[in-house]
Design a protein around this ligand. Sequence first.
Ligand code: NAD
Ligand code: TYD
Length: 366
Amino acid sequence: MITGGAGFIGCHVVRLFVNSHPDYRIINVDKLTYAGNLANLKDIESSPNYTFVKGDICDFEAMLSLMRTHHVDGIIHLAAESHVDRSISDPFTFAQTNVMGTLSLLQAARICWEESPERYEGKRFYHISTDEVYGALAMTMPEGELSDRSAHKVYGNDFFTEDKKYQPHSPYSAAKASSDHFVRAFHDTYGMPTVVTNCSNNYGPYQFPEKLIPLFINNICHRRSLPVYGQGLNVRDWLYVEDHARAIDLIFHKGRTAETYNIGGHNEWRNIDIVRLLVSTTDRMLGRKENEDMNLITYVTDRAGHDLRYAIDSSKLQQELGWVPSLQFEEGIERTVRWYLDNEQWLDNVTSGDYMNYYEKMYSGR
Ligand code: NAD
Ligand code: TYD
């Protein structure tokens, strides 16, 4: 069972599992909130080993019944509310989905697995979390040196390791932190075989255009302003989404029970440098004069509680399981911009809200 498989990262995980594990039966459970889009899975929706179920992870009875019916033995849990800005205006929804939804899944899995003859043998509950639970890191680069991106790949001396203290600042990260604690509690209390991963910022195809990279590509195409929060100096560690999906596959199969693994690209970028790269790449691909749209950059009021820097130390994952990111950021950005330009219809459907009808068209009467 994969939860949240119609979302951004989830659709890449579902696609990878459906294609590379033909002997598995994959059940994608998704509520199809504004962030869920079945068009993300068009290419695999008729695969014989794939089933979509529209469902809410907060609905404990429905989750239990689904797990019993399908004899679910592995759960990869991605369903969540995921956008920090939305969590600032609507924290309740984040607590409900991310905390109560995770708890409801854990409890359903516990009951389902404890009543089976082999109990927890051969079972796994894999919870996908974020590096944002660790809070923010300091920037130790002197201001003066910051102008030259090429000179720096890291902006501080400190990194998020797996034993870093949890210090979430946003309602989003506080809810994710809470859900991580519940997952670990189910291992420690009931012996449930769990694993947790905390990943850095993802980018790539099918990301909802409320997040920095797809929002800005879309805005550059339409010559709308690019609202950079504060001075654009905040640093994120970016990972191409398919590299994350590959790590999830590896950890689901080979990660040690009850462990935490951090996943990251060792690829720190200040927001303003990403925005400049997006402008130059998109302009070039659209045949516009390079950098012609730099004037769209607009500095706006900073996000409340805006974390300054995220940077992951993923050496545990690299050393134990041999995972390394496959793409350089510039190449990943080229691919991403190309994908959004080639999939204008997908973007238009998402921005117009048309994608919401996809479920009715595809699944009504089934
Ligand atoms: P997303 O917002 O694109 O997708 C979330 C999916 O969950 C959607 O399909 C939505 O319909 C579904 N969903 C929401 N509430 C649900 C509910 N109550 N029941 C069932 N389905 C529900 O999110 P994403 O960016 O793909 O992130 C997926 C997971 O990865 C999240 O848990 C997030 O915290 C984590 N994560 C994301 C990033 C990132 O950069 N995007 C980085 C690290 C970790
Ligand atoms: P986002 O994609 O929302 O991811 P997260 O907040 O989970 O890191 O934002 C990435 C960075 O870009 C973050 O520092 C906030 C910034 N940002 C802007 O400057 N302008 C925007 O319009 C958005 C959406 C984000």
